[in-house]
Design a protein around this ligand. Structure first.
Ligand SMILES: Cc1cc2nc3c(=O)[nH]c(=O)nc-3n(C[C@H](O)[C@H](O)[C@H](O)COP(=O)(O)OP(=O)(O)OC[C@H]3O[C@@H](n4cnc5c(N)ncnc54)[C@H](O)[C@@H]3O)c2cc1C
Length: 339
């Protein structure tokens, strides 16, 4: 099979999966446009500044299980972008957990720079609104005051599934497999707090605790001991059931409800928290991932693919592998339907 280049490909979402796919496709000689509604790339790789503090409030760390992910993680380590945080939080199990130097959004910036160096365009603050079928190609519409519609040969949608399906529905495209609509996500409330420098608090050696069975907080980290913040700043992630229970309450009520138990969990008083912020994550990770690394929403004559951490395996590694697999599949589709 002869490989073809020079197709135009629209990728919606500059999270991990979209950025990895963008670099791969641009490196193969395709024209790649990534639209990202946020003001910076990263999606759930997210770091927030609170005063002097830097706080990871989405993904906290990642692990490596596959050889394919290992290859790129080794390159990220070599580039000084990520390093090993620890080998277990509450007890050492010998299995490395990785952090990004400067926070998870720094990893996203690195990947966006690599995609741009390979020739891709990463357009932030552009919300794509619909995917519309043309005679052979596809039209992506965006918030109309920001960007004119783009005509592309192939599309990769990497937003969480309900959002990607909404883009298809807005363009009148029915996905090939209706079961895609059954993909649901856990929610998470992230309580973020800077701490009075005079106060001392308790966390295990690595500066974090992971308690999947705890009814209140599944993960608590001090971003200072993690090495990404010059001052102490805590991230508290609520357990799935508590996140669902509090989801519809106002930010003020959620914060008031969480602060006393958050402070107590690390041996502090609520008054030791200086600046407290809340981030609600509607799509944390899939409840049950789709069995394959990507899905074909529409295959003829040119493809629209769906990818992201809902496909083939969750979390950072799952999103990475899905982006790689989807980019490879798009190239194969285009090779089979040259102009
Ligand atoms: C609270 C929390 C904790 C987590 N903890 C961990 C952890 O410790 N370890 C781990 O491995 N994983 C963790 N994860 C999961 C991990 O962050 C994700 O699996 C991974 O980052 C998902 O990447 P993605 O590319 O699939 O999706 P995303 O990062 O969600 O990227 C999708 C992008 O699409 C953009 N977008 C959506 N709609 C549009 C549109 N219409 N137009 C333009 N852009 C659009 C979004 O803004 C977003 O940037 C956590 C996630 C959360 C939320």
């Amino acid at each position: 099979m002869t490989s073809v280049t020079g197709f135009s490909i629209g990728i919606v979402g500059a999270g991990l999966s979209g950025l990895v796919a963008a670099e791969q496709l641009a490196s193969s000689g395709h024209r790649v446009l990534v639209t990202e509604r946020g003001s910076s790339p990263g999606g759930r790789l997210a770091t927030r500044r609170i005063g002097a503090a830097f706080v990871d409030h989405g993904a906290q760390f990642f692990t490596v299980r596959s050889d394919r992910f290992r290859t790129d993680v080794d390159a990220w380590i070599e580039a000084g972008v990520v390093d090993e945080w620890c080998q277990g939080f509450d007890k050492v199990d010998g299995f490395p957990r990785y952090r990004a130097d400067g926070g998870m959004s720094a990893l996203a910036r690195h990947l966006a720079e690599r995609a741009v160096r390979a020739g891709a365009t990463v357009a932030t603050k552009v919300r794509t609104t619909a995917v519309i079928r043309g005679a052979v190609d596809w039209t992506l519409t965006h918030d109309h005051w920001v960007r004119e519609p783009d005509e592309v040969d192939a599309v990769l949608l990497t937003a969480p599934m309900p959002e990607s399906l909404a883009l298809l529905a807005a363009g009148g495209v029915k996905p090939a497999d209706p079961a895609l609509a059954d993909i649901t996500y856990h929610r998470c409330l992230a309580l973020l707090a800077t701490v009075d420098p005079a106060a001392t608090f308790t966390l295990p050696e690595a500066g974090a605790t992971q308690q999947p069975a705890d009814p209140a907080f599944s993960f608590i980290a001090d971003n200072h001991r993690k090495g990404i913040s010059p001052v102490p700043a805590l991230t508290f992630h609520t357990a799935h059931a508590l996140s669902a229970e509090l989801w519809d309450a106002s930010d003020k009520d959620v914060t008031a409800r969480l602060v006393p138990s958050a402070a107590a969990a690390v041996g502090l008083e609520p008054s030791d928290f200086v600046d407290v912020q809340l981030k609600k994550w509607r799509f944390t990770g899939p409840v049950i991932p789709w069995p394959d690394r990507y899905a074909v929403a529409a295959g003829q004559p040119r493809p629209v693919l769906l990818a992201g951490d809902a496909f083939g395996g969750p979390k950072v590694e799952g999103a990475f592998l899905s982006g790689v697999a989807a980019a490879t599949a798009i190239t194969e589709f285009l090779t089979e339907s040259p102009r």
